[in-house]
Design a protein around this ligand. Structure first.
Ligand code: IMP
Ligand code: MG
Length: 170
């Protein structure tokens, strides 16, 4: 499939450093960073190395049905956290916020599990597509269209690309 470069390696590295600095400046106690698999695995790995306050790291896996370019409302928990959330301030790391349904579901799930607070850091916000209002505390980039690379896939392809590309639909 044809694709065009939208976020370069250096833009990603620069923004990740800025986000890491911003997160670290808040001096949040008992901070648990939760990466959302699979899409946020590379972003999470880069971001935690840009954070300079003590943190714990865990991962959660959710799947919205289908492997197409359309996100769906059906959200399933694939792998839950292995860390207790009681007394923890959670920083959820998402790849993309599209309709907002996954994030809304995740925030509720983490609060139910006993998190004191749940903040969100998203690499990409596709704000125009939002169907559910959900707050993003730290946002990397605003984008449109279907994106791949840097962890993001289309039917499990392209995750390994070091940059972010937009797939051309025509
Ligand atoms: P939402 O529930 O509609 O906000 O969908 C969020 C999830 O859909 C993200 O975590 C991604 O896994 C997936 N997604 C949405 N847009 C894209 C995209 O452009 N590329 C790859 N995955 C996407
Ligand atoms: Mg995802």
């Amino acid at each position: 499939m044809e694709k065009e470069l939208v976020i370069s390696r250096s833009d990603l590295a620069k923004r990740v450093m800025e986000l890491g600095r911003e997160i670290s400046s808040r001096q949040i106690e008992k901070l648990l960073v939760v990466g959302v698999l699979k899409g946020a695995f590379i972003f999470t790995a880069d971001l935690v190395r840009a954070i300079s306050i003590p943190i714990e790291v865990d991962f959660i896996r959710v799947a919205s049905y289908g492997s197409d370019t359309c996100s769906s409302a059906e959200i399933q928990l694939g792998k839950d956290l292995e860390t207790s959330l009681v007394g923890k301030n959670v920083l959820l790391i998402e790849d993309i916020v599209d309709t907002g349904k996954t994030l809304t579901w995740l925030k509720e799930h983490l609060r139910d599990r006993g998190a004191v607070s749940v903040r969100v850091c998203a690499l990409i916000d596709k704000r125009q597509r939002r169907q559910e209002e959900v707050e993003i505390d730290y946002c990397g980039f605003l984008q449109e269209g279907f994106l791949v690379g840097y962890g993001l896939d289309y039917a499990e392809r392209y995750r390994e690309l070091p940059e972010v590309y937009r797939l051309k639909t025509s």
